[in-house]
Design a protein around this ligand. Structure first.
Ligand SMILES: [Zn+2]
Length: 52
């Protein structure tokens, strides 16, 4: 990506879980979790669990 001056802009680094597989972490484990980097829309859904 470039801004008006032509300088290159670094996009914000995204911390991507190396265990991510097809959007899921520990997919074949007992407690698979969605990779929120691949599926950010699932974040709210999963965080709400902690509040009952
Ligand atoms: Zn991912």
């Amino acid at each position: 990506m470039h801004d008006r001056t032509g300088d290159e802009i670094d996009e914000q680094p995204v911390e991507h879980d190396p265990r991510c597989e097809d959007g899921w972490i520990d997919r074949d484990g007992d407690t698979p979790q969605p990779c929120l980097t691949c599926k950010p829309h699932l974040r709210q859904k999963f965080e709400r669990r902690h509040h009952g």
